[in-house]
Design a protein around this ligand. Structure first.
Ligand code: TYD
Ligand code: MG
Length: 458
Protein backbone atom coordinates (compact mmCIF):
# COMPACT_ATOMS: atom_id res chain seq x y z
CA UNK A 1 0.00 0.00 0.00
CA UNK A 2 1.36 3.40 -0.93
CA UNK A 3 1.97 5.94 1.81
CA UNK A 4 -1.57 7.06 2.28
CA UNK A 5 -2.83 10.53 2.79
CA UNK A 6 -6.24 11.44 3.99
CA UNK A 7 -8.45 14.46 3.64
CA UNK A 8 -9.60 16.00 6.88
CA UNK A 9 -12.10 18.78 7.38
CA UNK A 10 -10.33 21.50 9.36
CA UNK A 11 -13.60 22.59 10.84
CA UNK A 12 -15.15 19.41 12.19
CA UNK A 13 -12.42 16.81 11.85
CA UNK A 14 -14.40 14.52 9.53
CA UNK A 15 -12.27 12.35 7.26
CA UNK A 16 -12.95 12.09 3.53
CA UNK A 17 -11.51 9.76 0.93
CA UNK A 18 -10.90 12.52 -1.56
CA UNK A 19 -10.74 16.26 -1.61
CA UNK A 20 -13.98 18.16 -1.94
CA UNK A 21 -14.88 21.83 -1.89
CA UNK A 22 -17.40 21.38 0.85
CA UNK A 23 -17.40 19.07 3.86
CA UNK A 24 -20.61 17.04 3.76
CA UNK A 25 -20.37 16.38 7.50
CA UNK A 26 -20.53 19.98 8.69
CA UNK A 27 -21.33 21.90 5.51
CA UNK A 28 -18.26 24.13 5.74
CA UNK A 29 -16.74 25.32 2.44
CA UNK A 30 -13.06 25.09 1.63
CA UNK A 31 -12.19 23.42 4.89
CA UNK A 32 -10.79 20.12 3.65
CA UNK A 33 -7.02 19.70 3.68
CA UNK A 34 -4.75 16.81 2.85
CA UNK A 35 -2.84 15.22 5.70
CA UNK A 36 -0.28 12.44 5.64
CA UNK A 37 -1.09 9.35 7.64
CA UNK A 38 1.68 8.32 10.02
CA UNK A 39 2.37 4.65 10.70
CA UNK A 40 0.79 4.90 14.13
CA UNK A 41 -2.35 6.49 12.77
CA UNK A 42 -2.71 4.12 9.84
CA UNK A 43 -6.04 2.37 9.67
CA UNK A 44 -6.16 -1.37 10.15
CA UNK A 45 -8.04 -4.04 12.08
CA UNK A 46 -6.76 -5.98 15.06
CA UNK A 47 -7.75 -9.37 13.67
CA UNK A 48 -4.85 -11.77 13.30
CA UNK A 49 -2.40 -9.39 14.96
CA UNK A 50 -0.58 -10.02 18.21
CA UNK A 51 -2.63 -10.47 21.36
CA UNK A 52 -3.20 -7.58 23.75
CA UNK A 53 -2.09 -7.39 27.34
CA UNK A 54 -4.43 -8.82 29.99
CA UNK A 55 -6.23 -6.03 31.86
CA UNK A 56 -6.80 -6.16 35.60
CA UNK A 57 -10.43 -5.33 36.38
CA UNK A 58 -11.30 -3.57 39.58
CA UNK A 59 -14.41 -2.82 41.63
CA UNK A 60 -16.12 0.54 41.93
CA UNK A 61 -15.16 0.96 45.56
CA UNK A 62 -11.52 1.76 45.96
CA UNK A 63 -9.34 2.47 48.94
CA UNK A 64 -7.66 5.41 47.28
CA UNK A 65 -8.48 8.87 48.64
CA UNK A 66 -8.83 11.40 45.86
CA UNK A 67 -6.03 13.97 46.06
CA UNK A 68 -7.14 17.42 47.25
CA UNK A 69 -8.08 20.05 44.70
CA UNK A 70 -5.70 22.87 44.01
CA UNK A 71 -7.37 26.12 44.99
CA UNK A 72 -6.16 29.30 43.31
CA UNK A 73 -7.73 31.64 45.85
CA UNK A 74 -9.47 33.50 43.02
CA UNK A 75 -13.01 32.58 44.09
CA UNK A 76 -14.73 33.27 40.78
CA UNK A 77 -12.22 31.00 39.06
CA UNK A 78 -12.33 28.21 41.63
CA UNK A 79 -16.11 28.16 41.40
CA UNK A 80 -16.00 27.55 37.65
CA UNK A 81 -13.44 24.78 38.13
CA UNK A 82 -15.95 23.17 40.50
CA UNK A 83 -14.07 24.05 43.69
CA UNK A 84 -10.46 24.07 42.53
CA UNK A 85 -8.37 22.17 40.03
CA UNK A 86 -8.45 18.38 40.17
CA UNK A 87 -4.96 16.88 39.89
CA UNK A 88 -4.57 15.00 36.64
CA UNK A 89 -7.37 16.84 34.88
CA UNK A 90 -7.18 18.51 31.49
CA UNK A 91 -8.93 21.81 30.84
CA UNK A 92 -9.57 23.71 27.67
CA UNK A 93 -9.90 27.47 27.99
CA UNK A 94 -11.44 29.03 24.89
CA UNK A 95 -12.34 32.55 23.92
CA UNK A 96 -11.93 35.29 21.34
CA UNK A 97 -8.49 36.79 20.81
CA UNK A 98 -7.81 39.57 23.28
CA UNK A 99 -10.52 38.54 25.71
CA UNK A 100 -8.04 37.78 28.48
CA UNK A 101 -7.22 34.05 28.27
CA UNK A 102 -3.48 34.52 28.71
CA UNK A 103 -4.10 36.95 31.54
CA UNK A 104 -6.33 34.65 33.56
CA UNK A 105 -4.09 31.64 32.87
CA UNK A 106 -1.05 33.53 34.12
CA UNK A 107 -2.94 34.86 37.14
CA UNK A 108 -4.06 31.35 38.08
CA UNK A 109 -0.58 29.89 37.61
CA UNK A 110 1.11 32.67 39.55
CA UNK A 111 -1.35 32.45 42.44
CA UNK A 112 -0.87 28.68 42.64
CA UNK A 113 2.89 29.16 42.33
CA UNK A 114 2.89 31.35 45.40
CA UNK A 115 1.16 28.55 47.29
CA UNK A 116 3.96 26.15 46.46
CA UNK A 117 2.38 24.48 43.42
CA UNK A 118 4.99 23.88 40.72
CA UNK A 119 3.68 25.67 37.64
CA UNK A 120 5.05 25.75 34.12
CA UNK A 121 3.82 28.32 31.61
CA UNK A 122 4.59 27.55 27.99
CA UNK A 123 3.94 30.35 25.59
CA UNK A 124 3.80 29.67 21.89
CA UNK A 125 2.49 33.11 21.02
CA UNK A 126 4.45 35.55 23.08
CA UNK A 127 8.12 35.95 23.83
CA UNK A 128 9.37 35.49 27.39
CA UNK A 129 9.74 39.25 27.77
CA UNK A 130 6.14 39.86 26.88
CA UNK A 131 4.96 37.33 29.45
CA UNK A 132 7.27 38.90 32.06
CA UNK A 133 5.90 42.31 31.24
CA UNK A 134 2.39 41.06 31.80
CA UNK A 135 3.38 39.41 35.08
CA UNK A 136 4.82 42.71 36.26
CA UNK A 137 1.65 44.51 35.25
CA UNK A 138 -0.34 41.98 37.25
CA UNK A 139 1.98 42.43 40.21
CA UNK A 140 2.78 38.72 40.16
CA UNK A 141 6.39 38.71 38.99
CA UNK A 142 7.57 37.33 42.31
CA UNK A 143 5.74 34.04 41.80
CA UNK A 144 8.01 31.05 41.05
CA UNK A 145 6.34 30.14 37.75
CA UNK A 146 8.66 28.46 35.25
CA UNK A 147 8.44 30.17 31.85
CA UNK A 148 9.38 29.01 28.40
CA UNK A 149 8.60 30.04 24.87
CA UNK A 150 8.18 26.85 22.88
CA UNK A 151 6.01 25.27 20.23
CA UNK A 152 7.58 21.88 19.59
CA UNK A 153 5.67 19.26 21.57
CA UNK A 154 8.59 16.86 21.59
CA UNK A 155 10.80 19.48 23.30
CA UNK A 156 8.02 20.38 25.70
CA UNK A 157 7.39 16.82 26.82
CA UNK A 158 11.09 16.08 27.30
CA UNK A 159 11.49 19.23 29.36
CA UNK A 160 8.39 18.55 31.42
CA UNK A 161 9.63 15.07 32.27
CA UNK A 162 12.63 16.71 33.92
CA UNK A 163 10.64 19.49 35.56
CA UNK A 164 7.90 17.51 37.39
CA UNK A 165 5.24 20.20 37.24
CA UNK A 166 1.84 20.18 38.99
CA UNK A 167 0.27 22.61 36.53
CA UNK A 168 1.18 23.05 32.89
CA UNK A 169 -0.29 25.92 30.90
CA UNK A 170 -0.09 25.67 27.11
CA UNK A 171 -0.80 29.03 25.48
CA UNK A 172 -2.07 28.27 22.92
CA UNK A 173 -2.72 24.77 21.59
CA UNK A 174 -3.05 26.18 18.05
CA UNK A 175 0.63 27.15 18.05
CA UNK A 176 1.89 23.71 19.08
CA UNK A 177 3.16 21.17 16.58
CA UNK A 178 4.41 17.61 16.39
CA UNK A 179 7.42 17.20 14.13
CA UNK A 180 6.13 13.76 13.11
CA UNK A 181 3.23 15.32 11.24
CA UNK A 182 3.54 17.13 7.93
CA UNK A 183 0.73 19.60 8.33
CA UNK A 184 1.15 23.15 9.61
CA UNK A 185 0.51 24.17 13.23
CA UNK A 186 -3.12 25.03 13.81
CA UNK A 187 -4.53 22.38 11.46
CA UNK A 188 -6.83 19.76 12.90
CA UNK A 189 -4.19 17.05 12.63
CA UNK A 190 -1.60 19.09 14.48
CA UNK A 191 -3.91 20.37 17.17
CA UNK A 192 -5.36 16.94 17.79
CA UNK A 193 -1.97 15.23 17.69
CA UNK A 194 -0.27 17.78 19.95
CA UNK A 195 -3.15 17.73 22.42
CA UNK A 196 -3.12 13.93 22.50
CA UNK A 197 0.57 13.81 23.34
CA UNK A 198 0.33 16.54 25.96
CA UNK A 199 -2.74 14.96 27.54
CA UNK A 200 -1.08 11.55 27.66
CA UNK A 201 1.92 13.06 29.39
CA UNK A 202 -0.25 14.96 31.86
CA UNK A 203 -2.31 11.88 32.74
CA UNK A 204 0.88 9.88 33.30
CA UNK A 205 2.41 12.43 35.63
CA UNK A 206 -0.80 13.58 37.33
CA UNK A 207 -0.22 17.20 36.37
CA UNK A 208 -3.09 19.54 35.56
CA UNK A 209 -2.98 20.58 31.93
CA UNK A 210 -4.56 23.88 30.95
CA UNK A 211 -4.85 24.25 27.19
CA UNK A 212 -5.63 27.71 25.90
CA UNK A 213 -7.46 27.72 22.57
CA UNK A 214 -8.76 30.35 20.20
CA UNK A 215 -12.35 30.47 19.24
CA UNK A 216 -13.70 31.39 15.84
CA UNK A 217 -16.37 33.99 15.26
CA UNK A 218 -19.20 31.50 15.57
CA UNK A 219 -18.01 30.27 18.95
CA UNK A 220 -16.19 27.09 17.97
CA UNK A 221 -12.73 26.36 19.30
CA UNK A 222 -10.85 27.06 16.06
CA UNK A 223 -10.35 23.91 14.06
CA UNK A 224 -10.85 21.03 16.37
CA UNK A 225 -14.18 20.37 17.91
CA UNK A 226 -12.58 17.00 18.57
CA UNK A 227 -10.57 18.64 21.32
CA UNK A 228 -13.68 19.18 23.41
CA UNK A 229 -14.13 15.42 23.76
CA UNK A 230 -10.55 14.84 24.82
CA UNK A 231 -10.57 17.14 27.83
CA UNK A 232 -12.26 16.99 31.24
CA UNK A 233 -13.53 20.54 31.25
CA UNK A 234 -14.23 23.17 28.62
CA UNK A 235 -14.33 26.75 29.81
CA UNK A 236 -15.30 29.66 27.60
CA UNK A 237 -14.23 33.17 28.28
CA UNK A 238 -16.78 35.57 26.88
CA UNK A 239 -17.53 39.26 26.95
CA UNK A 240 -18.47 42.10 24.69
CA UNK A 241 -15.89 44.42 23.25
CA UNK A 242 -16.33 47.82 24.81
CA UNK A 243 -17.41 46.31 28.12
CA UNK A 244 -14.89 45.52 30.76
CA UNK A 245 -16.85 42.54 32.12
CA UNK A 246 -15.67 39.07 31.32
CA UNK A 247 -17.59 35.90 32.00
CA UNK A 248 -15.93 32.55 32.36
CA UNK A 249 -18.44 29.80 31.71
CA UNK A 250 -18.01 26.07 32.19
CA UNK A 251 -19.74 24.39 29.24
CA UNK A 252 -18.44 20.95 30.16
CA UNK A 253 -16.99 19.86 33.45
CA UNK A 254 -16.42 16.30 34.60
CA UNK A 255 -15.56 17.57 38.08
CA UNK A 256 -18.15 20.26 38.66
CA UNK A 257 -21.41 21.81 37.56
CA UNK A 258 -21.75 23.04 34.01
CA UNK A 259 -23.18 26.46 33.31
CA UNK A 260 -21.36 27.71 36.36
CA UNK A 261 -20.00 31.16 35.71
CA UNK A 262 -17.31 33.39 37.11
CA UNK A 263 -17.53 37.12 36.57
CA UNK A 264 -14.44 39.27 36.15
CA UNK A 265 -13.65 42.82 35.33
CA UNK A 266 -10.65 43.70 33.13
CA UNK A 267 -8.67 46.41 34.85
CA UNK A 268 -5.24 47.88 34.17
CA UNK A 269 -3.75 45.37 36.58
CA UNK A 270 -5.42 42.25 35.19
CA UNK A 271 -8.72 40.53 35.82
CA UNK A 272 -10.42 41.33 39.11
CA UNK A 273 -13.13 39.09 40.41
CA UNK A 274 -16.60 40.54 40.72
CA UNK A 275 -18.10 39.14 43.87
CA UNK A 276 -21.58 40.58 43.42
CA UNK A 277 -22.44 40.45 39.72
CA UNK A 278 -26.10 41.33 40.23
CA UNK A 279 -25.18 44.85 41.24
CA UNK A 280 -22.90 45.09 38.22
CA UNK A 281 -25.49 44.39 35.55
CA UNK A 282 -28.07 46.73 37.00
CA UNK A 283 -27.87 50.21 35.70
CA UNK A 284 -29.01 52.46 38.52
CA UNK A 285 -31.37 54.82 36.76
CA UNK A 286 -33.08 57.80 38.29
CA UNK A 287 -35.73 58.38 35.66
CA UNK A 288 -38.54 56.06 34.76
CA UNK A 289 -38.05 54.68 31.30
CA UNK A 290 -40.61 52.57 29.49
CA UNK A 291 -39.29 49.29 28.16
CA UNK A 292 -36.76 48.66 30.91
CA UNK A 293 -37.22 45.74 33.30
CA UNK A 294 -35.10 43.73 35.70
CA UNK A 295 -34.92 40.00 35.19
CA UNK A 296 -34.04 37.73 38.10
CA UNK A 297 -32.03 34.95 36.51
CA UNK A 298 -29.96 32.00 37.67
CA UNK A 299 -26.48 31.50 36.30
CA UNK A 300 -24.97 28.20 37.30
CA UNK A 301 -25.69 27.90 40.99
CA UNK A 302 -26.35 31.49 41.84
CA UNK A 303 -29.04 34.05 41.22
CA UNK A 304 -28.16 37.08 39.17
CA UNK A 305 -30.20 40.16 38.35
CA UNK A 306 -29.88 41.89 35.04
CA UNK A 307 -31.58 44.61 33.11
CA UNK A 308 -33.45 43.96 29.88
CA UNK A 309 -34.37 46.85 27.61
CA UNK A 310 -36.82 46.86 24.73
CA UNK A 311 -37.64 49.54 22.23
CA UNK A 312 -40.71 49.11 20.04
CA UNK A 313 -41.13 51.75 17.35
CA UNK A 314 -43.38 52.04 14.29
CA UNK A 315 -41.51 50.76 11.26
CA UNK A 316 -41.06 52.41 7.91
CA UNK A 317 -39.84 49.18 6.41
CA UNK A 318 -41.81 46.47 4.67
CA UNK A 319 -40.14 43.90 6.87
CA UNK A 320 -39.73 45.44 10.32
CA UNK A 321 -36.37 45.14 12.03
CA UNK A 322 -35.75 42.73 14.86
CA UNK A 323 -32.44 43.44 16.52
CA UNK A 324 -31.42 41.45 19.60
CA UNK A 325 -28.29 41.71 21.72
CA UNK A 326 -27.75 39.18 24.48
CA UNK A 327 -30.75 37.00 23.88
CA UNK A 328 -31.95 34.40 21.39
CA UNK A 329 -33.70 36.02 18.43
CA UNK A 330 -35.82 32.91 17.85
CA UNK A 331 -37.10 33.20 21.38
CA UNK A 332 -37.96 36.87 20.78
CA UNK A 333 -39.93 35.92 17.68
CA UNK A 334 -41.87 33.42 19.76
CA UNK A 335 -42.73 35.94 22.48
CA UNK A 336 -43.85 38.42 19.81
CA UNK A 337 -46.03 35.77 18.17
CA UNK A 338 -47.64 34.84 21.49
CA UNK A 339 -48.30 38.51 22.29
CA UNK A 340 -49.92 38.89 18.89
CA UNK A 341 -51.99 35.71 18.78
CA UNK A 342 -52.94 35.21 22.43
CA UNK A 343 -53.07 38.78 23.71
CA UNK A 344 -54.07 40.74 20.60
CA UNK A 345 -51.00 42.94 20.85
CA UNK A 346 -49.92 43.19 17.23
CA UNK A 347 -46.31 44.28 16.79
CA UNK A 348 -46.07 43.25 13.14
CA UNK A 349 -45.73 46.84 11.93
CA UNK A 350 -43.08 47.77 14.50
CA UNK A 351 -39.34 47.57 14.70
CA UNK A 352 -38.27 45.75 17.84
CA UNK A 353 -34.91 46.24 19.55
CA UNK A 354 -33.99 44.14 22.54
CA UNK A 355 -30.88 44.50 24.63
CA UNK A 356 -29.48 42.88 27.74
CA UNK A 357 -27.55 45.62 29.49
CA UNK A 358 -23.90 45.23 30.40
CA UNK A 359 -22.95 42.94 27.52
CA UNK A 360 -24.29 39.88 29.27
CA UNK A 361 -26.02 37.14 27.33
CA UNK A 362 -29.03 35.41 28.83
CA UNK A 363 -29.80 31.82 27.90
CA UNK A 364 -32.62 30.96 30.26
CA UNK A 365 -36.21 30.62 29.00
CA UNK A 366 -37.13 32.11 32.39
CA UNK A 367 -36.35 35.50 30.84
CA UNK A 368 -39.46 35.22 28.59
CA UNK A 369 -41.72 37.05 31.03
CA UNK A 370 -39.21 39.86 31.59
CA UNK A 371 -38.79 40.27 27.83
CA UNK A 372 -42.56 40.34 27.35
CA UNK A 373 -42.89 42.93 30.12
CA UNK A 374 -40.21 45.10 28.49
CA UNK A 375 -41.97 44.86 25.11
CA UNK A 376 -45.41 45.65 26.50
CA UNK A 377 -44.05 48.50 28.61
CA UNK A 378 -42.36 50.00 25.57
CA UNK A 379 -45.36 49.81 23.25
CA UNK A 380 -47.70 51.05 25.97
CA UNK A 381 -45.19 53.81 26.83
CA UNK A 382 -45.69 52.96 30.47
CA UNK A 383 -42.63 52.70 32.69
CA UNK A 384 -42.66 49.73 35.04
CA UNK A 385 -42.03 50.08 38.78
CA UNK A 386 -38.32 50.60 39.39
CA UNK A 387 -38.31 48.21 42.32
CA UNK A 388 -39.89 45.31 40.42
CA UNK A 389 -38.43 42.11 39.03
CA UNK A 390 -39.79 39.58 36.53
CA UNK A 391 -39.25 35.96 35.64
CA UNK A 392 -41.23 33.10 34.08
CA UNK A 393 -41.30 30.98 30.96
CA UNK A 394 -43.94 31.64 28.31
CA UNK A 395 -45.65 28.78 26.51
CA UNK A 396 -47.13 28.90 23.02
CA UNK A 397 -50.66 28.91 24.42
CA UNK A 398 -49.90 32.14 26.25
CA UNK A 399 -49.51 30.45 29.62
CA UNK A 400 -46.77 31.51 32.01
CA UNK A 401 -44.90 28.52 33.35
CA UNK A 402 -43.09 28.15 36.66
CA UNK A 403 -39.30 28.06 36.53
CA UNK A 404 -36.72 26.54 38.83
CA UNK A 405 -35.29 28.18 41.94
CA UNK A 406 -38.00 30.81 42.32
CA UNK A 407 -37.13 31.36 45.98
CA UNK A 408 -33.46 31.95 45.28
CA UNK A 409 -34.38 34.51 42.61
CA UNK A 410 -36.79 36.28 44.93
CA UNK A 411 -34.43 36.47 47.88
CA UNK A 412 -31.57 37.80 45.74
CA UNK A 413 -33.91 40.51 44.49
CA UNK A 414 -35.08 41.32 48.02
CA UNK A 415 -31.45 41.53 49.14
CA UNK A 416 -30.77 44.13 46.45
CA UNK A 417 -33.70 46.28 47.47
CA UNK A 418 -36.43 45.15 45.07
CA UNK A 419 -39.92 45.16 46.56
CA UNK A 420 -42.22 43.80 43.84
CA UNK A 421 -42.13 40.66 41.77
CA UNK A 422 -44.23 39.46 38.86
CA UNK A 423 -43.80 35.71 38.59
CA UNK A 424 -45.71 32.59 37.42
CA UNK A 425 -48.48 31.00 39.47
CA UNK A 426 -46.85 29.10 42.28
CA UNK A 427 -48.55 25.76 42.51
CA UNK A 428 -48.00 24.26 45.92
CA UNK A 429 -45.35 26.79 46.83
CA UNK A 430 -46.22 28.61 50.00
CA UNK A 431 -43.06 30.50 50.80
CA UNK A 432 -43.25 34.26 50.82
CA UNK A 433 -40.31 36.60 50.89
CA UNK A 434 -40.27 39.26 53.53
CA UNK A 435 -40.78 42.78 52.22
CA UNK A 436 -41.57 41.58 48.71
CA UNK A 437 -45.03 41.81 47.20
CA UNK A 438 -45.55 39.05 44.71
CA UNK A 439 -48.00 39.14 41.80
CA UNK A 440 -48.68 35.79 40.15
CA UNK A 441 -49.54 35.74 36.47
CA UNK A 442 -50.76 32.47 34.99
CA UNK A 443 -51.49 33.90 31.54
CA UNK A 444 -49.56 36.43 29.52
CA UNK A 445 -52.81 38.36 29.05
CA UNK A 446 -52.78 39.15 32.75
CA UNK A 447 -49.39 40.80 32.39
CA UNK A 448 -50.72 42.92 29.52
CA UNK A 449 -53.66 44.02 31.68
CA UNK A 450 -51.33 44.71 34.57
CA UNK A 451 -49.16 47.03 32.53
CA UNK A 452 -51.95 48.80 30.66
CA UNK A 453 -53.80 49.23 33.95
CA UNK A 454 -57.19 50.93 34.01
CA UNK A 455 -56.93 52.34 30.50
CA UNK A 456 -57.51 48.91 29.08
CA UNK A 457 -55.72 47.63 26.03
CA UNK A 458 -55.44 49.51 22.78
P1 TYD B 1 -4.88 38.59 26.75
O1 TYD B 1 -4.87 37.86 28.06
O2 TYD B 1 -3.58 38.73 26.05
O3 TYD B 1 -5.94 37.95 25.77
P2 TYD B 1 -5.93 36.56 24.99
O4 TYD B 1 -4.84 35.72 25.54
O5 TYD B 1 -7.30 36.00 25.21
O6 TYD B 1 -5.73 36.88 23.55
O7 TYD B 1 -5.54 40.01 27.04
C1 TYD B 1 -5.31 41.01 26.19
C2 TYD B 1 -6.17 42.21 26.46
O8 TYD B 1 -6.36 42.50 27.82
C3 TYD B 1 -5.48 43.39 25.85
O9 TYD B 1 -6.42 44.06 25.04
C4 TYD B 1 -5.03 44.20 27.01
C5 TYD B 1 -5.95 43.83 28.10
N1 TYD B 1 -5.33 43.86 29.42
C6 TYD B 1 -5.75 44.80 30.35
O10 TYD B 1 -6.64 45.60 30.09
N2 TYD B 1 -5.18 44.81 31.60
C7 TYD B 1 -4.20 43.95 31.94
O11 TYD B 1 -3.71 44.00 33.09
C8 TYD B 1 -3.76 42.99 30.97
C9 TYD B 1 -2.67 42.02 31.30
C10 TYD B 1 -4.35 42.98 29.74
MG1 MG C 1 -3.08 35.10 24.57
Amino acid sequence: MAAASRFVCQSCGAEHRKWAGRCDACGEWNSIAEEAVTAAGAPGGLKGKKRGRQLAFESLTGASEPPPRMVTGINELDRVFGGGLVPGSVLLLGGDPGIGKSTIALQAAARLGMKGVRCVYLSGEEAIDQVRLRARRLGLEASPVQLAAATNVRDIISSLSAERADLVVIDSIQTMYLDTLDSAPGTVGQVRGSAQELIRHAKETGAVLLLVGHVTKDGQIAGPRVLEHMVDAVLYFEGERGHQFRILRAVKNRYGATDEIGVFEMTDHGLDEVANPSALFLDRRDQDVAGTVVFAGIEGSRPMLMEIQALVAPSALGTPRRAVVGWDSGRLAMVLAVLDTRCGLALGGHDVYLNVAGGFSVREPAADLAVAAALISSIAARPLPKDGIYFGEIGLAGEVRPVSQADARLSEAAKLGFRQAVIPDAKGRKGTIEGMSVTNVGQLGKLVDLIYGDDGRP
